[in-house]
Ligand binder design. Structure first.
Ligand code: IPE
Ligand code: IPE
Ligand code: MG
Length: 224
């Protein structure tokens, strides 16, 4: 059975779910939050140590202002209402991506990270204003500045996922088969699961099915 330390998820399909069920994309984002809660719980049940969630990409700024504002409001309220409980559950919150939001949200994100810094049951990497190409370029720039030797180990240390093992599993919901600038370096050997269901419809049982399937895959890493 394959060991499993880290699951990464592209939580896609909120907009389509919202339009179909509530005639509003934003209502889909709201519904997607329930799935986030369910999947966090199940990740802890499964004793998985790292969960990376793609919540907002560097490309998502192209969306209408109204949708962007709604998304960040949702995040703000989620943190305000849920961080105490996440902390009680010994969950560590780590934001990856460029934290250049409103002063209020930046402060809230920093506080949430600080509050949960020492927690050990599960680390959630929340990818916010995250783009993998930006992350890699930034890492290379820093390496160059520090005159560090360019090799795989050093580059991994300069990425925002430093101290996190590479994901063994990538899940993308929403019936779309692409990576959308997510963890391009870190997913080099991940097992990829494209799921037809839209994110708000994704359930624990779908997640468990993927984990079970993963555990039985013959992972070669170039070997035979
Ligand atoms: C993913 O769902 C969530 C975010 C990008 C914030 P989408 O909003 O991309 O949903 P679809 O793909 O349009 O249905
Ligand atoms: C990727 O989904 C980003 C997140 C889930 C946060 P998108 O829906 O933005 O991806 P594209 O634009 O369809 O590739
Ligand atoms: Mg989408």
């Amino acid at each position: 059975m394959n060991p499993l330390n880290h699951v990464a998820i592209i939580m896609d399909g909120n907009g389509r779910w919202g339009l179909k069920n509530k005639s509003s994309r934003n209502q889909g984002h709201k519904a997607g939050l329930n799935t986030v809660e369910k999947i966090i719980k199940e990740t802890i049940n499964q004793k998985i140590k790292y969960l990376t969630l793609y919540a907002f990409s560097t490309e998502n700024w192209k969306r209408p202002k109204k949708e962007i504002n709604y998304l960040f409001n949702l995040l703000e309220n989620f943190l305000l209402n849920r961080i105490e409980d996440l902390n009680k559950q010994n969950i560590k919150l780590n934001v990856i991506g460029a934290k250049n939001f409103s002063k209020k949200l930046n402060k809230l994100l920093n506080l949430s990270e600080k509050k949960t810094l020492k927690n050990t049951t599960l680390q959630i990497n929340l990818a916010l204003n995250y783009g993998s190409k930006f992350e890699i370029i930034n890492a290379l720039k820093k390496m160059n500045k520090n005159n560090d030797k360019i090799n795989e180990m050093n580059l991994s240390k300069y990425l925002q996922t430093k101290n996190t093992p590479d994901p063994e599993i990538l899940i993308r919901t929403g019936n779309t088969k692409r990576l959308s600038n997510f963890l391009l370096w870190q997913l080099a050997y991940a097992e990829i699961f494209f799921e037809k269901k839209l994110w708000p419809d994704f359930e624990e049982k779908d997640y468990i099915k993927i984990i079970k399937k993963f555990k039985r895959i013959k992972r070669n890493f170039g070997n035979i």
